[in-house]
Design a protein around this ligand. Structure first.
Ligand code: BG6
Ligand code: MG
Length: 216
């Protein structure tokens, strides 16, 4: 049976979550806001604009719209500076094996990411051609935990949400997948991603048999 396998990007396919964190930390420092790794969990899977609002909220700081716009540009420039030399070495361990397996088994493969930088990242890492469908931050109006991004991906693949599987490292993304009634697979810590149907520390922990069972 053909199912939809929908992958989040940052922190699932590539190890970019750390760069988002560093770039936000720089903004937080400028605002004298203490911003920890724990706080960062709130930002995973969340849009750029919403992320800034969360950071401002953490510090109970208010700024003008013009300052917000400037900070959003600054954050993205800082983030992009980490991606300049990006290549396939940034793909997280075990990901390529799963993508190859899904292609061999003729499954639908989609990207479902909040990032507006998704396409250049897939190009730089050389894996763009694995994806039948890409839905990213440029294509949706409602951010995760709203299921829009995943529902759109399944729709473009012409596969029922119930026959879709989502790989996610963020709480917001797992919630989005659950709301969409898709199978949610958390990639990361069980303590954080406990709402997921299945949880793996990383893709190296996912056996071929698990994927075969999902395909059915
Ligand atoms: C998500 C990340 O994938 O994309 C968030 O988990 C990030 O941390 C969001 O804020 C938006 O990304 P970008 O690249 O458009 O700023
Ligand atoms: Mg992510």
């Amino acid at each position: 049976m053909k199912k939809a396998f929908i992958f989040d990007l940052d922190g699932v396919i590539v190890d970019t979550a750390k760069y988002h964190f560093l770039a936000w930390q720089k903004i937080a420092q400028e605002l004298n806001i203490n911003f920890t790794h724990e706080d960062n969990e709130l930002l995973k899977g969340v849009s750029r604009v919403r992320s800034l609002d969360i950071i401002l909220g953490l510090g109970n700081v208010q700024v003008s719209q013009a300052d917000k716009d400037r900070m959003l540009i600054e954050k993205n420039e800082e983030y992009l500076s980490y991606l300049v030399d990006m290549d396939e070495s940034e793909i997280l361990p075990g990901v390529l094996k799963i993508l190859k397996l899904l292609k061999e088994k003729n499954q639908g493969i989609a990207l479902g990411s909040a990032s507006k930088n998704a396409r250049p990242i897939l190009e730089k890492t050389g894996i763009l051609s694995y994806f039948d469908v890409i839905v990213d931050g440029n294509d949706v109006t409602n951010a995760k935990p709203d299921p829009e991004v995943f529902l759109k991906a399944a729709q473009l693949l012409n596969i029922d949400p119930k026959n879709s599987i989502v790989f996610e490292d963020s709480v917001a993304g797992i919630q989005a997948a659950n709301i969409a009634e898709m199978v949610s697979v958390g990639i990361g810590e069980e303590t954080i991603l406990h709402e997921a149907d299945h949880i793996f520390k990383d893709f190296t922990q996912i056996e071929t048999s698990f994927i075969e069972e999902l395909i059915g």
